[in-house]
Design a protein around this ligand. Structure first.
Ligand code: ACO
Length: 476
């Protein structure tokens, strides 16, 4: 026996004199003021105990506990195909953690066992350690009460052994006729918390009670500060089980919340990492078949070594002419992009040719709109780039700066705005930048809102959608 277990042995001998191993105990002590205990149950447990072994059942190590055969190496699915992405962190926090713990189980470092007070000396030692963990982690719970339940042969405990030392456990009472188990205590020792052991323990417990004890539900009065943990393990505050199955059977506690977890025999709870990995792999493969989004092309070099204009804006001579986009930008053609056809509206603004929204006519419209906005009495704050010496923090706040003169240059170059939407989006950015930097009571903020209304009104008045409904346009 390890040295550290000597004290436990003493405690165990003491406990032996209190409990007669393998026989039903007296009813538990009357509850203290903190936790109120009701009737302990129907007493059916003894009848079924032998059916569930009553001894040790290991649910880990050697691929047990429902873990798929091929999954033990953490890198293969059942048919042996490697599925781990190159970087494990791609799998997400939960799966990565589970894979790590799974590996410890496969290496025999972590073992989960279901035990109870059945007279076996080793089980008694483990139960003593477990009750010590419960006593430390649940300080509001009377120690005598913990002892009484942990060593009550009607209660089972699933323990987590790390290098043969108990580091966590759950004590539960099976109610065979109702196919449910009541979790009395659940804890992980202080230095092992928030490392995923609590989750893995619960997953092993679910697998065990589902497969070995034919249960359909777990129920518990969760401490209010552990409700978050139980919620993450699939427990809900809505108890869907028929009331007559649990009311009067399970222990009720002050400062606790009743929570239920519905179990499904079709889910292998300890196999989540493999399941999620396999599903991700399948989805990624399907996406690869349907799209070329995973192909990465070299970036555009035309912006390299070009000096930025004010506020980091590139000069118009870096724009790629629309006619060259397909040949200049690698990947556009492969992604199935095609030049968009003409928009479905007509231009009804004066001076826009025959009103067909061709590129030339759209640019006539845009030029006219820029001139109208420029001539508006509220346009003065927007004409030129903000001078950083006058407003030192402006470019710390506004990361995508814009001004009317630049919009005009973009229109004049004839290649920048391929659609009216792109043009309108720049105006939206212009006004939003102003409202982001300035507070609502400022003159700048008010100018932005008035000028935006003016701009929107002119855009709306300059286009007509009637022609697409087969009606006469306003221009005839
Ligand atoms: N409240 C809210 N969330 C929690 C809590 C908590 N008390 N403890 C853990 N979590 C979260 C974790 O952040 C983690 O979230 P993530 O999956 O998004 O990363 C998730 O729950 C699982 O964490 P694990 O690392 O698997 O949990 P851990 O190993 O720490 O075990 C446990 C959780 C059992 C609650 C442990 O912290 C403990 O022993 N606490 C003290 C005793 C206790 O409160 N026990 C429950 C009493 S109720 C009862 O026994 C019926």
């Amino acid at each position: 026996m390890p040295v550290g277990c000597a004290k436990q042995k003493q405690e165990m001998d003491l406990l032996r004199s209190v409990f007669k191993a393998g026989t039903a105990c007296d009813e538990p002590l009357e509850p203290d003021a903190k936790r109120l205990k009701r009737e302990e149950g129907s007493g059916e447990g003894g009848k079924h105990r032998s059916a569930t072994g009553g001894g040790v059942t290991s649910t880990s190590g050697g691929g047990g506990g429902g873990d798929g055969d091929g999954a033990g190496d953490g890198g293969a699915i059942a048919d042996g195909t490697p599925v781990l992405p190159k970087k494990e962190e791609d799998l997400g926090h939960y799966v990565t953690r589970e894979i790590h713990l799974r590996k410890q189980e496969d290496d025999g470092e972590l073992v989960y066992k279901t035990i109870k007070n059945d007279g076996n000396e080793q089980h008694m030692i483990w139960l003593v350690t477990l009750k010590n963990i419960f006593s430390k982690q649940l300080p509001n719970m009377p120690k005598e009460y913990i002892v009484r339940l942990v060593f009550n042969p009607n209660h089972h405990s699933m323990i987590c052994l790390k290098n043969n030392l108990v580091i966590a456990g759950v004590t539960y009472r099976p109610f065979w006729p109702q196919k449910m188990g009541e979790i009395a205590f659940c804890a992980v020792s202080a230095n092992e918390q928030v490392k995923g052991y609590g989750t893995r323990l619960m997953n092993h417990l679910k697998t065990y009670v589902c497969e070995q004890e034919n249960m359909t539900h777990l129920i518990t009065f969760a401490d209010n500060n552990a409700v978050g943990y139980f919620a993450k393990q699939g427990f809900t505050k809505d108890v869907m089980m028929d009331r007559e199955k649990w009311v009067g059977y399970i222990k009720e506690y002050d400062g606790g919340t009743i929570m239920e977890c519905h179990l499904s025999a079709q889910v292998s709870y300890t196999d989540f990492p493999v399941m999620i990995r396999t599903q991700r792999q399948a989805v990624a493969e399907k996406i690869k078949q349907l799209s070329s989004a995973h192909l990465v092309y070299p970036g555009l070099s035309r912006f390299l070594n070009k000096p930025h204009g004010s506020g980091g804006v590139h000069a118009p001579d870096t724009y790629i002419p629309a006619s060259e986009i397909m040949t200049t930008v690698d990947g556009l053609k492969q992604a199935g992009w095609v030049q968009p056809g003409l928009p479905k509206f007509r231009l009804v603004h004066p001076g826009c040719g025959d009103g067909t929204p061709t590129r030339d006519n759209l640019h006539r419209f845009m030029r006219s709109l820029v001139a109208l906005v420029n001539g508006h009495p509220d346009a003065w704050p927007f004409v030129d780039a903000i001078n950083p010496t006058e407003v030192p923090d402006y470019y710390d706040v506004i990361k995508d700066p814009l001004y009317l003169e630049l919009i005009k240059e973009r229109v004049d170059c004839g290649e920048y705005y391929l659609t009216l939407e792109m043009f309108a989006a720049d105006f939206r950015l212009l006004f939003n930048n102003c409202r982001l930097y300035n507070s609502p009571e400022t003159v700048f903020f008010k100018c932005a809102t008035r000028l935006e209304n003016f701009f929107d009104g002119k855009v709306q008045a300059g286009i007509s959608w009637k022609s697409i409904r087969g009606e006469r346009t306003e221009r005839g």
